[in-house]
Design a protein around this ligand. Structure first.
Ligand SMILES: [Zn+2]
Length: 867
């Protein structure tokens, strides 16, 4: 028997819950009546419970009688077995439970969040976070997504506070000096979607979408930050009702900002919870990236109200269905809301992150077997969200958006209020498309990795070959090669006599040939950029494509060109000097995403160069970025779009930090002072760059100033900006202070592991941070939310020398640390890739950088290697 799955001879259909939290004493007491269906005669009922004290369990019998059960809990399996004195026959039974628990500080289950109010007093909120398997920490339950039930919740709270749950308040009364709130019945849904929040929270005015009232909740004083979130919440709700062809399944929609929150947000039906940075924002004072984050997360959670909440995966291996879809739908909604943000091009950055992890031998399939809860937690990663969404986008573009949407509607109609699997979705989309979808998609969903398409000109024809892309070589047998065949929807642009012609084909074999037209110049594979694969061009074809820059290719096509070139360089398929030459061809590039990938590659190199070589790399960065900065200037222009403003900020930041440009640093200081006198003097997109540059060059006085700014921030974004700046200083003693603050209670545990991760990725702080992690591992393991700790460990990829790498492996081995799923193996492989690049290309890089003049940042082209 699977120790992680409940027996199903007894299943619930309804929970009537009454919970009474004591925010000061950090406890709660609860009662529940569960309506059960007994399917086979039994004396035993097995359900989930963790860190709960079940004080009474009774089955009602006859008019006034009951059978008292004995409860035996197994904390390791998070289960409770209730044994009754006689057999319960098949039929419907009512189970009354009384229980108690602690409001924990782990940001899971039923937990306590803390904040300082406007008078400087400490205040508390009781909130819940149940996904994946923590509802069992708030009430005894059948805590599996397929065991859906109706929930009727009553909360008993201090009269001065308020409470929010999944549904509208049905009745409210005072009882023994307490406020009693009864909430309406929910739809039939999974336990992980139940939510209750208790505190001194205030709601915005509602926006009405059809019959649904949409409100944003925050702690007092933050109401001015709710407007933007409410706008995208209302827009996306309407958008999804139209797209899905079904009304919103709840009776109201509340979005709540919780001061302590482990993940970004949680799609509890009708009561979505967020960390503050993902919901509250000052629309006029925020940078583009900060606004986009709020829009994305709000749209994502709303998309879940149908995809995830109304129709739910049967088990956690199907988590990707929820998350990939919500990520895909979030893009569609934000694209429709703000077309000028060009969201699908910016999605290239997310797709690139997925391609990066999925190019590891230690990757996993999108849909992956999940048994233990810790493995379910490890599924919340870039493969589930970003690879999943990328593959869905590829499918949507291949079948056509209309057909795809029809399939999604069919799927939601067919499985509403129930559960479904990947096969059900493929069946529905296949019905709409009139073609079998599994043949096309199974390799992408149930297999690891993705193809590299190698493009060559052979005997007057274009040849395309697919093979699995990995950064590190692997011995391949013919059988492996066969396993590495994907059905790849290819869109190829053939460019002849200055004209492009699109050619669509489904690559189902390892090799294919495309005839070329007269006057052929070159070809672009992955036209439109929606494919989840990489392209490697023969050098002469690449050179011809580069000649089309910038306007002969669309932004996403240019993005993919750089991204694939960089990945194939790391994999040893392209010489590093060729890649560095390629980066010189983007001086007229105005797309922020293309620049994001270029800058990211400079950061990678910065982590592998020796300190003595760093000035050379800084000169290279200045050479590549400065011309564009000079033409953009520091001041936002009235006619500029949001993305151009964001690009300016990104470039200035790179130039002043990794480019170590003294002129930019001096100007940043002057502008920051101007901002201190008049906050409107600096564009909100430039301000984060100034803060980063000043941290990079700052002293102890600046550090103290930023600590004060962090503590007194007016918005969540400002708080976050100054907090992360504390990881960017160069001096050891300042970084020591930053690290100490992550475990002494000064930095919230929702943020602390990310700050440690940022210091690990800093070339000035990594050694310090690593020693700190080793020395304080047990404290961190105890204090930090599990997913935060897991993300923090991602920072080890910054430790890119052979000696550090060995130390990292020894530490994780000797401590027997398991981060769930394949997470740790992926970090270790990424670290090894960086170390390997350093070993293989170190001399080449040194030579290339030494040919640059460190002062002017001008570059003498290297003699071209003939390949
Ligand atoms: Zn989600």
């Amino acid at each position: 028997m699977d120790p992680y799955r409940l027996p199903v001879h007894v299943v619930p259909s309804r929970y009537d819950l009454r919970l009474e939290p004591d925010l000061l004493a950090r406890t709660f007491s609860g009662q529940g009546t569960v309506t059960l269906t007994v399917k086979e005669p039994t004396q035993d009922i097995v359900l989930n419970a963790a860190e709960l004290d079940i004080t009474s369990a009774k089955i009602r019998e006859g008019k006034d009688g009951f059978l008292e059960g004995t409860a035996a809990t197994d904390e390791a399996l998070e289960r409770c077995r209730l044994t009754f004195p006689k057999l319960l026959n098949p039929g419907t039974w009512l189970l009354d439970l009384t229980f108690q628990g602690a409001l924990n500080d782990k940001l899971r289950g039923f937990y306590r969040s803390t904040y300082i109010d406007e008078n400087g007093s400490t205040r508390f909120i009781a909130a819940t976070q149940f996904e994946a398997t923590d509802a069992r920490r708030a009430f005894p339950c059948w805590d599996e997504p397929a065991l859906k039930a109706v929930f009727s919740t009553t909360l008993v709270i201090p009269p001065e506070l308020t409470a929010v749950s999944n549904t509208a308040v049905k009745a409210q009364r005072l009882e023994g000096g307490k406020k009693v709130l009864e909430f309406a019945d929910t739809i039939r849904m999974s336990t992980y979607l139940v939510a209750f929040v208790v505190g001194d929270l205030q709601a915005s005015e509602p926006a009405h979408v059809g019959r649904t009232a949409v409100r944003i909740w925050a702690v007092p004083g933050k109401q001015p930050l709710t407007q933007f979130g409410r706008e995208i919440a209302a827009f996306s709700l309407g958008f999804f009702e139209e797209y899905y062809g079904q009304p919103y399944p709840g009776d109201k929609l509340d979005l709540l900002a919780i001061p302590d929150f482990a993940s970004g947000a949680m799609e509890n039906l009708g009561a979505i919870t967020f960390r503050e940075t993902a919901l509250l924002v000052d629309q006029r004072g925020a940078a583009q990236a900060e606004l986009e984050r709020v829009a994305d997360v709000v749209a994502h959670e709303n998309a879940h109200m149908w995809f995830g909440d109304l129709v739910t995966m049967s088990w956690w291996n199907g988590l990707w269905l929820n998350e990939a879809f919500a990520t895909f739908m979030e893009m569609l909604a934000v694209e429709a809301w703000k077309p000028e943000w060009d969201r699908w091009t910016t999605f290239g950055v997310s797709r690139a992150a997925a391609l990066s992890v999925d190019g590891l031998h230690s990757t996993r399939p999108i849909e992956f077997q999940v048994r233990a809860p810790k493995d379910a937690e490890a599924m919340f990663d870039v493969l589930t969200y970003e690879k999943g969404a990328s593959v869905l986008r590829m499918l949507e573009q291949y079948l056509g958006p209309h057909i795809f949407r029809e399939g999604v509607r069919d799927y939601l109609r067919t499985h509403a209020y129930g559960n479904a699997d990947t096969g059900d979705l493929w069946a529905a989309i296949g019905r709409a498309a009139g073609q079998p979808v599994p043949a096309l998609l199974d390799r992408w969903i149930f297999g690891e990795g993705y193809p590299l398409i190698t493009v060559k000109l052979v005997n007057g024809a274009l040849t395309l070959r697919q093979q699995r892309f990995t950064y590190l070589p692997s011995p391949t047998s013919p059988a492996d090669a066969q396993k590495s065949i994907w059905q790849v929807p290819l869109l190829v642009r053939l460019i002849a006599r200055g004209q492009g012609e699109s050619c669509r084909l489904l690559l189902t074999t390892q090799d294919a040939t495309v005839p070329i037209p007269d006057g052929f110049q070159c070809s672009l594979v992955n036209e439109g950029g929606h494919g989840f694969y990489r392209v490697h061009y023969a050098p002469e074809l690449l050179q011809k494509l580069l000649a089309l820059l910038p306007d002969g290719l669309t932004p996403i096509e240019r993005f993919n060109l750089v991204n694939d070139a960089w990945a194939t360089t790391i994999a040893g398929l392209m010489p590093l000097s060729d890649y560095l030459d390629l980066t010189a061809q983007f001086q007229r590039e105005r797309d922020k995403n293309v620049w994001a990938i270029l800058i990211d590659s400079f950061h990678f190199l910065n982590r592998i160069v020796a300190p003595s070589e760093r000035p050379g790399l800084e000169a290279l960065v200045r050479d590549r970025i400065r011309p564009l900065v000079e033409s953009l200037g520091w001041i936002a222009q009235p006619n500029e779009g949001d993305l151009a403003r964001q690009l300016r900020g990104d470039l200035l930041r790179a130039l002043g930090t990794i480019g170590n440009d003294p002129e930019v640093q001096a100007e940043a200081m002057a502008m920051y002072e101007a901002h201190a006198r008049d906050p409107l003097a600096v564009d909100p997109n430039v301000l984060p760059a100034l803060v980063a540059i000043l941290a990079r060059t700052g002293d102890a006085a600046r550090y103290e100033e930023f600590v004060t700014r962090y503590r007194s921030a007016r918005t969540p974004q400002e708080e976050r900006r100054y907090l992360y700046a504390l990881a960017l200083f160069q001096q050891r003693e300042l970084l020591d202070q930053t690290l100490a603050r992550t475990i002494n209670g000064e930095i919230r545990t929702q943020d602390a592991p990310f700050v440690v991760g940022a210091v690990l990725m800093s070339v000035y702080g990594r050694e310090l941070a690593w020693n700190f992690v080793k020395a304080n591992w047990d404290t961190m393991d105890r204090q930090f939310p599990k997913q935060g700790l897991r993300r923090m460990c991602g920072g080890i990829i910054g430790l890119a020398t052979p000696e550090w790498e060995q130390g990292v492996r020894e530490f994780f081995d000797s401590r027997k640390i398991d981060l769930g799923g394949r997470t740790l193996a992926q970090y270790l492989e990424q670290l090894h890739i960086a170390v390997s690049l350093r070993e293989r290309e170190g001399a080449e890089l040194r030579g290339y950088l030494s040919r640059l003049s460190p002062n002017r940042g001008s570059v003498t082209p290297a003699p071209r290697a003939n390949v």
